[in-house]
Design a protein around this ligand. Structure first.
Ligand code: BES
Ligand code: ZN
Ligand code: ZN
Length: 485
C-alpha cells in the first residue's frame, strides 16, 4: 500500500472513495462543513435522516455529484466520551477500509480529524487490507493500494506503514498451513531477516540441542518427523543501554496435542500455534529497520507437536536445559515445555528482561476472550511497563495474579515439576507459574498468553478473521520505552 500525504482541497482529491470519521451526536468539523457546502448540503441532509448514527464502526456510503471521488464513506466513532485512542483510531480506519474494500475501492482518501490520528489510520487501513486467500488460484486482489491522507503528520507515516506491512507479513506466516510453514521454513524466514538487517543468527538443530542438553525442547521435537530448531536472532544497538531485552515466541508449527491428542474439531486452527515465534520474527525485522538503542535477543523454539512412536508419552520425564526435571503429564501442554529451554537459553545469552508471546492455553479464551491478552510475570514494575506499552500501542493486556498457593499447583511425585496441575483450575496461571520457574531471580519476565488474541474466530468490522499479529505493536512501544535504559 502506498501512502501519500496531501493538502489539496478535498473536492480535488482523486480517489475511488473518501472516508470521514464522525462521532455519534456531534456536529461536523469545520473542514467537513466546507466539504458539505461543496456537496450542496448532501452530507448534512443525509445525517439529518438519522439512518447513520455514528455508532462505533458503523458505516454508510454516499454517492456525491460533481467531485473527483465517486464515493463518500462515513464511519462512526461512537460516543466521544467512550473513545479510546489509539486502539479505536486504528479500528475505525479499519472499519472504513473494510467497507471500501468490499466496494472494490483501490484508492482511498480520508480527511483526518487530528494529525495525531495519522499512525492509527495508516495502520488500521493497512491491517484491513490483509487477505488470507493465499492459495486460491483464481482470485481478485481486494486491497487498498493507495491511501491519501489529508491533514496528516507526515513524520509518522513511514514507521506506521512499516509496522502495518510487517504485521501483515507475520499474519501470512501464521495463516500459511503447517505443511508449508514447517520449522525449516520458519528458519529460512529468520535467515532472510538476519541477512537483510545484518542481525546475528544462531540456528540450533536437534543434534546441537542434544549436545547442549536442551532436553525440554527435544522432548516435544522427538515426536515429529520434521526437523526442529531453536532460532536465535541478535540485534546489537549502535548505542546500547544497560539492559538486554529478550523476546521469546512459541513456535509450534502444528499442535495436534501429541499423544494427548486434541479433538478434531478446529484442530486445523492449530497451525497458528507458532504465532508467538512469527511475532518475534516480525519484531526483529522492525528492530532491524528502526535500529533502536537497545540490545535485543529474539528466540523461538520451533517444532511440531505430533503423536508418533517416538513422541513423549504422558508420565515421561525429561531434564531441561536448566537442569530441572519435568514430568509431562499432558503432551498437549507442550508450549510451556519447549519455552522453558528458550527462557533458560535467552538468559544465558544475557537477557535481563523477558517479553514472551505464546499461544499457551485455550483457557485464556474462557477468561478474557479475544478482547485482551493475559499477562503474568514479575517484577510488578516490569509487568506494568509492558501493560502501558500495550496501551500506547492500542493492544489490551490484562494481568492475572500468581498467588503463593498457585505456585503449589505444579508439584510432581517423581520430578521437580509437572507440566499441568491435577485439576483444570487456573489453567492460564498454571502456564505462567511453570514458565516463571525458569527465570533467574534477578531477571524480569512477562508472559503474554495470546491463545485467544492471536487468531480471530470471527470477522470484526475492522479486521478479517484469522491471524492478528498481536504483540508486535506492544513490543515496539516497549522497545521505545526501554531505549537508553
Ligand atoms: N496451543 C494450545 C493452546 C491453544 C488452544 C491456543 C486453542 C489457541 C487455541 C496449547 O498447547 C494447549 O493445548 N494447551 C492446553 C493446556 C492444557 C492441557 C493444560 C489447553 O489449553 O487445553
Ligand atoms: Zn498443546
Ligand atoms: Zn500449543
Amino acid at each position: 500500500m502506498q501512502v501519500r500525504v496531501s493538502n489539496q482541497n478535498l473536492k480535488n482529491i482523486e480517489a475511488d472513495a473518501l472516508y470521514l470519521a464522525v462521532f455519534e451526536d456531534k456536529s461536523l468539523s469545520e473542514k467537513m462543513v466546507q466539504l458539505d457546502k461543496q456537496l450542496n448540503s448532501a452530507l448534512s441532509d443525509f445525517l439529518k435522516l438519522k439512518e447513520f448514527k455514528g455508532k462505533l464502526y458503523e458505516t454508510a456510503v454516499l454517492y456525491p455529484q460533481g467531485l473527483n471521488f465517486q464515493r463518500l464513506i462515513l464511519v462512526g466513532m461512537g460516543k466521544e466520551e467512550d473513545f479510546e485512542a489509539p486502539r479505536m483510531t486504528k479500528n475505525v480506519a479499519g472499519a472504513a477500509a473494510k467497507r471500501a474494500i468490499k466496494l472494490g475501492v483501490k484508492k482511498l482518501a480520508t480527511l483526518l480529524n487530528h494529525p495525531e490520528e495519522t499512525a492509527g489510520v495508516v495502520e488500521g487501513v493497512g491491517l484491513a487490507s490483509f487477505d488470507a486467500g493465499m492459495h486460491k488460484t483464481k482470485k481478485e486482489k481486494l486491497e487498498i493500494q493507495e491511501l491519501i491522507l489529508v491533514g496528516a503528520d507526515e513524520k509518522v507515516v513511514g514507521e506506521a506503514q512499516a509496522a502495518a506491512e510487517t504485521i501483515n507479513w507475520v499474519r501470512h506466516l501464521i495463516a500459511e498451513p503447517a505443511n508449508l510453514m514447517t520449522p525449516a521454513r520458519v528458519v529460512e524466514e529468520a535467515k532472510k531477516i538476519a541477512k537483510t538487517y545484518k542481525l546475528g543468527i544462531e540456528i540450533i538443530d536437534e543434534k546441537e540441542a542434544k549436545k547442549r542438553k536442551m532436553g525440554a525442547f527435544l522432548a516435544i521435537a522427538q515426536g515429529s518427523d520434521e526437523s526442529s530448531y531453536m532460532i536465535v536472532l541478535h540485534y546489537k544497538a549502535p548505542k546500547p543501554g544497560k539492559t538486554v531485552l529478550g523476546i521469546v515466541g512459541k513456535g509450534i508449527t502444528f499442535d495436534s496435542g501429541g499423544i494427548s491428542i486434541k479433538p478434531s474439531a478446529k484442530m486445523a486452527d492449530m497451525k497458528m500455534d507458532m504465532s508467538g515465534a512469527a511475532a518475534m520474527l516480525g519484531i526483529m525485522k522492525l528492530v532491524g529497520e528502526f535500529k533502536p538503542n537497545l540490545d535485543i535477543i529474539g528466540i523461538a523454539p520451533v517444532t511440531e507437536n505430533m503423536p508418533s512412536g517416538k513422541a513423549a508419552k504422558p508420565g515421561d520425564v525429561f531434564k531441561s536445559l536448566s537442569g530441572r526435571t519435568i514430568e509431562i503429564l499432558n503432551t498437549d501442554a507442550e508450549g510451556r515445555v519447549v519455552m522453558s529451554d528458550a527462557f533458560t537459553y535467552v538468559q544465558k545469552l544475557g537477557a535481563k528482561k523477558i517479553f514472551e508471546l505464546s499461544t499457551l492455553t485455550g483457557a485464556v479464551n474462557v477468561a478474557l476472550g479475544p478482547e485482551a491478552t493475559a499477562i503474568i510475570g514479575s517484577s510488578q514494575e516490569w509487568v506494568d511497563t509492558v501493560i502501558s506499552a500495550g496501551k500506547r500501542a492500542g493492544e489490551r493486556i490484562w494481568q492475572l495474579p500468581i498467588y503463593s498457593e498457585h505456585k503449589e499447583m505444579l508439584k510432581s511425585d517423581i520430578a521437580d515439576l509437572a507440566n499441568i496441575p491435577p485439576t483444570r483450575a487456573a489453567d492460564v496461571i498454571a502456564g505462567g507459574v511453570f514458565l516463571g520457574e525458569f527465570v533467574e531471580k534477578e531477571n524480569d519476565w512477562a508472559h503474554l498468553d495470546i491463545g485467544a488474541t492471536a487468531w480471530l474466530e470471527g470477522d470484526k468490522p475492522y479486521l478479517t478473521k484469522g491471524p492478528t499479529g498481536v504483540g508486535i505493536e506492544t513490543a515496539l512501544a516497549l522497545i521505545k520505552a526501554l531505549e537508553g535504559n
